[in-house]
Design a protein around this ligand. Structure first.
Ligand SMILES: [Zn+2]
Length: 139
C-alpha cells in the first residue's frame, strides 16, 4: 500500500480505530488498514474502501462480508455513526436503526472475543455470526 494512501486513511479517521474508537496513543502504535469490502469479495484499494482499524477489530472482522449485509454494516467514513448508534452509560452500543443494531451486534461479539482471549483464534465467532445469519455459510 502506498504510504500516502495509508496516511490519508489515518488522518481521515483521526488516528483512531474507526470501528471501536481506540486511538494510536492508547495502543502505543500505528493501527492497521482494513478493506471494508474485502479484496477477495471484490473490494478495491481505493481510499473510500479503506478503514483505519485496530488489530483486534481487523482480525475479528476478517473477511466478514455478505451480499445481504452489504450496505448495512456501518462504514465509519460514509455513515453518520451517531444517527445509527448511541453509546450507553455502561459503554455498550445501542442500535438506533436496523443498520445500527447490526453494527452493535457485530461490535458486541468483537468485544466478547477480545475479552475471551482463549477463543480469539477459534472459529466460534464465525459460528455465532452464521447462526445469526450475518454471514453466509460459505465464508
Ligand atoms: Zn478497534
Amino acid at each position: 500500500m502506498r504510504l500516502s494512501l495509508r496516511r490519508q486513511v489515518r488522518q481521515r479517521d483521526r488516528f483512531r480505530c474507526a470501528y471501536c474508537g481506540i486511538s494510536e496513543e492508547e495502543i502505543g502504535a500505528e493501527l492497521t488498514i482494513d478493506h471494508f469490502r474485502p479484496v477477495r469479495h471484490g473490494g478495491s484499494h481505493a481510499l473510500e474502501n479503506l478503514v483505519y482499524a485496530c488489530h483486534a477489530c481487523n482480525e475479528f472482522k476478517g473477511h466478514f462480508w455478505s451480499a445481504e449485509v452489504a450496505g448495512r454494516l456501518l462504514h465509519p467514513g460514509q455513515d453518520e455513526i451517531a444517527h445509527h448508534i448511541q453509546e450507553g452509560d455502561d459503554g455498550s452500543l445501542l442500535g438506533l436503526t436496523e443498520r445500527g443494531r447490526l453494527h452493535s451486534v457485530w461490535h458486541g461479539l468483537k468485544q466478547h472475543l477480545v475479552f475471551s482471549q482463549a477463543n480469539r483464534n477459534s472459529v466460534s465467532h464465525r459460528v455465532i455470526l452464521r447462526a445469526r445469519g450475518i454471514i453466509s455459510p460459505c465464508t
